[in-house]
Design a protein around this ligand. Structure first.
Ligand SMILES: [Zn+2]
Ligand SMILES: [Zn+2]
Length: 338
């Protein structure tokens, strides 16, 4: 499914095309794709809010099997099941890359945005951006672990949470429902609190079923103040509300590429004494590192994480994206390819 020019999703901008099968160059491997997750970021690529290459094959939550090895590859064998996430490549020599912060590299390239991704039968990737996938997951279940899961895990890592502390989730979609399960496994004594918009009863029900200690609406004051918070919403209000109920020294991690402008004046309510004073911190998440994927995937298997998924055929990519845009999927949307 190829994007040749950006445009509104209503016009079905992705087209099913026959393309030349890519061949792996030195250091690259080719993957026969079995499943590819659909991500909110792809809406930004397709509708032109995120600059990428054109034409491009989107898709950055790719599960498949190695089917060809380029020269000078050493990590994988043909037939092995693997995954590719948002990190496609970085320069490898700048200060950020040398400090395992390749997510901040000026030359960071995203899979399915700056290089062809997994909305296809085959794709090619540098082998250092390819990860083994634990056996306990089916292809379709494993796909959302690669973005919703891996980026979500980075957000969890950046909270600096300690066991026994309290963590608030603002928004409970594809990412947060996976991260809550990881947090429960890693920090068994932590108190996990979930805040949704009013009326998001499905999300609230899922949070309760997954073992949240408290579920409420953004703006409510929970029974305990938060040591840390993760905001995965496109809105501004949760930032102000999370800061209000953070403990002194607490940290808010914002896992969102963009914030929509509709409630931007929420900032006008920001009061230094209430929201920032006493060493409250704000940190954002940008991209992912190799370490995030290598740590998270085995953890997801150990923790028995089960992502909720809704399957689509490859040629239904436009429809799947439309449902993601409306927030109308049951769990994470995944294209089944082989
Ligand atoms: Zn993504
Ligand atoms: Zn670099």
């Amino acid at each position: 499914m190829v994007l040749t020019k950006t445009g509104s999703l209503e016009d079905h901008p992705l087209q099913l095309r026959e393309v030349v099968n890519p061949w792996p160059r030195a250091g690259e491997i080719r993957i026969q794709v079995a499943a590819c997750g659909v991500c909110h970021t792809e809406l930004d690529e397709i509708e032109g809010r995120l600059e990428g290459r054109l034409p491009v094959i989107p898709g950055h939550q790719v599960i498949g099997r190695v089917d060809a090895l380029g020269p000078r590859t050493t990590c994988f064998t043909v037939g092995q099941r693997v995954g590719v996430a948002w990190l496609y490549s970085s320069c490898g020599v700048c200060d950020f890359c040398l400090a395992d912060q390749e997510n901040l590299c000026e030359q960071f390239r995203g899979t399915g945005c700056h290089a062809d991704g997994g909305y296809a039968e085959h794709m090619v990737a540098p082998e250092q951006s390819v990860y083994p996938i634990p056996e306990s997951f089916s292809d379709v279940q494993a796909a959302p672990l690669l973005c919703a899961g891996v980026v979500g895990y980075r957000a969890l890592r950046l909270t600096n949470l300690q066991d026994g502390q309290s963590l608030g989730f603002f928004g409970f979609g594809a990412s947060a429902h996976i991260v809550l399960q990881a947090a429960r496994h890693k920090f068994p004594k932590a108190r996990l609190l979930v805040f949704t918009r009013a009326g998001q009863t499905e999300h609230q029900k899922l949070a309760t079923n997954l073992g949240a200690d408290w579920v409420g609406t953004t703006g409510e004051t929970p029974p305990v103040p938060l040591d840390a918070a993760i905001d995965t919403t496109p809105a501004w209000t949760p930032i102000v509300e999370a800061l209000r109920i953070l403990r002194p020294g607490g940290r808010l991690v914002i896992n969102a590429i963009r914030k929509e402008s509709r409630d931007q004046n929420a900032w006008l309510r920001l009061d230094y004494a209430t929201h920032l004073w006493r060493e409250k911190e704000i940190k954002t998440v940008a991209n992912v590192t190799r370490r995030d994927a290598l740590e998270f995937l085995p953890l997801a298997a150990q923790a028995g994480i089960r992502p909720e998924v809704q399957e689509f055929a490859l040629e239904q990519a436009n429809e799947a994206l439309s449902l993601v845009k409306r927030g109308a999927t049951k769990g994470a949307a995944v294209l089944r390819i082989a």
